[in-house]
Design a protein around this ligand. Structure first.
Ligand code: NI
Length: 136
């Protein structure tokens, strides 16, 4: 069988603060820089969700892209878009909302909805130049 990767590009805006409560103010500033701003700041996150698997001979699809778009909207955009990640989401009340952690959280949210036979990868751009990838 030949496997194909299909991807959906999505977007959300969110505010965050990177902070480790067990560190001093100075250490937090040194490690997290501007992202430690106690008043928060925003990012325009660009998200690419990729699903890899066999092409269904009946539909010619790996997955229906409308289904994938709706899944991302329900699981990611409704949860995180225009939110303060630290203050307003369960996922990041304790977990530091770095791009790495956000990508892993998104992957876990989507993984339970995507058929086991399909591979899943999440690519998250925090800025146009900085991005992380997670595939489990
Ligand atoms: Ni930041």
């Amino acid at each position: 069988m030949s496997k194909v990767t299909v991807s959906r590009h999505a977007h959300f805006n969110a505010a965050h603060r990177l902070h480790n409560a067990s560190w001093t103010v100075e250490k937090n500033e040194a490690v997290f820089g501007k992202c430690n701003n106690p008043h928060y700041h925003g990012h325009n996150y660009e998200l690419i969700v990729s699903v890899r698997g066999d092409v269904d001979p009946e539909t010619g699809y790996v997955v229906d892209m409308k289904w994938l778009a709706d899944l991302i909207e329900e699981q990611v955009e409704q949860r995180f878009d225009h939110k303060n990640l630290n203050e307003e989401t369960e996922e990041f009340k304790v977990l530091n909302p770095t791009a790495e952690n956000i990508a892993m959280v998104i992957w876990k949210l989507l993984r339970k909805e995507v058929a086991e036979a399909l591979e899943l990868k999440v690519t998250l751009y925090e800025t146009p130049r900085n991005f992380v990838e997670y595939s489990g």
